[in-house]
Design a protein around this ligand. Structure first.
Ligand code: SF4
Length: 381
């Protein structure tokens, strides 16, 4: 009983962090006296923020009604950035000293430009990832971008960011990535304890918590899970792909319909930790090289479009019954990848469910019908 209690206690702690990120941020500021920096999707070099002593916090939108964002965005801008803009305009991010805004898609480019007037108190730091990331010129360009972020953060925090501190932060982040990858594998063996909603919660908690601390918490969760017998699952298993899988109500539907998560290729989850920062003597070079190693994401240029093949491999390795495409409403990069993935999965005879992710008006009843229908179609195979 005591072991289960420890697991529950850790999950409760993460639940509290994820449910009240603002409290976590205030606590960090009052305990350390350091600043907090927002990191917008999809990829921001959090290690530099961490090395500055500030807390990097992920800004992945959230459920909200739009009332002001439409002054800046047309109705067909993606749902997540509409939420981010609404939150920014409503002062939700006012505890942040700065925000890093990458520009891998048109919506983020617009957000970066609009931020200056929408949230003038929070300094934006812009980041442009080179699309030709693997050629030497791409790596060199990425280095100049990382140096630019470092310079801006030094101005914001008022302190120098040493090479040693960046190396140390990279070590902490690589350890975090390793532990999160392990969690993704172990969680699949405990589908009753780690439901789709709890799995997502554990993936999300790291966005609001110092990574060293969070790594220890997730390591302990893994240890506690492994003390239990592997849980038998009579339902179906899927791999999730897309930008993110929210809200919780949607994830609860999976559980309700007898579907567990065998793995994911979500931008908010596994894409964040599947590529380590390589070894090296210059920390800036190391971070630039990491970008050159990242792949199989709609935001990363790949003329061969290998994401579909990666998903097929994931299904085979995990023993999943199908793939769920969690399509962020009006996300162009994901919509461009979708027809290619669909064709490849059909050719490989892998069932695919398309679900729309909407942070404003999620249609749960429609999703319930679709998930139930998908489960029944998997049962009949
Ligand atoms: S959801 Fe898609 S369109 Fe929106 S910011 Fe992310 S990548 Fe860009």
């Amino acid at each position: 009983v005591r072991k289960v209690d420890r697991l529950n206690k850790l999950l409760e702690e993460i639940d509290s962090i994820v449910s009240n990120p603002a409290d976590e941020i205030k606590k960090f500021k009052s305990e350390t006296g350091h600043k907090v920096v927002g990191c917008l999707p999809v990829y921001s070099p959090e290690e530099i923020v961490h090395a500055s002593g500030a807390l990097p916090v992920g800004l992945w939108g959230g459920q909200t009604k739009l009332s002001k964002a439409n002054k800046y965005f047309p109705a067909f801008a993606c749902s997540i950035m509409q939420s981010v803009m609404e939150f920014a305009l409503n002062g939700v991010y006012d505890e942040l000293a700065s925000v890093i805004i990458p520009a891998p898609c048109d919506t983020l480019k617009s957000l970066g430009q609009d931020w200056i007037t929408a949230a003038p108190k929070i300094k934006p730091v812009h980041l442009v990832h080179p699309q030709m990331s693997r050629i030497p010129a791409g790596i060199n360009y990425m280095k100049t971008e990382i140096i630019h972020i470092k310079d801006e953060l030094e101005k914001i925090t008022g302190g120098k960011i040493s090479d040693e501190s960046i190396h140390a932060s990279i070590d902490i982040y690589n350890e975090y990535r390793k532990v999160m990858r392990e969690f993704a594998v172990v969680a699949a063996d405990y589908p009753h304890s780690i439901t789709p909603k709890i799995r997502h919660m554990v993936m999300k908690g790291g966005y609001f918590t110092e990574k060293g601390r969070y790594t220890s918490m997730v390591s302990e969760i893994i240890t506690e899970l492994k003390k239990k017998d592997v849980e038998k699952w009579n339902g179906k298993k899927v791999v999730l792909t897309g930008i993110m899988a929210e809200p919780d109500l949607l994830l609860e539907l999976f559980d309700e319909c007898g579907i567990s998560v065998a793995g994911d290729d979500l931008a908010q989850e596994s894409r964040q930790f599947r590529t380590d920062v390589p070894e090296g003597t210059c920390p800036i070079q190391r971070l630039a090289e990491q970008w050159s190693l990242m792949k199989n994401c709609s935001l990363i240029y790949d003329p061969k479009k290998r994401r579909g093949q990666m998903l097929i491999e994931m299904v085979k390795e995990s023993g999943a019954d199908g793939i769920v495409m969690c399509m962020m409403k009006f996300c162009d990069p994901e919509e461009f990848d979708y027809p290619i993935i669909k064709k490849e999965l059909e050719a490989a005879d892998i069932p695919l469910l398309y679900l729309e992710i909407d942070q404003q008006t999620p249609s749960i009843e429609q999703a319930r019908t679709r998930i139930q229908g998908f489960f029944e179609s998997l049962e009949q195979r």
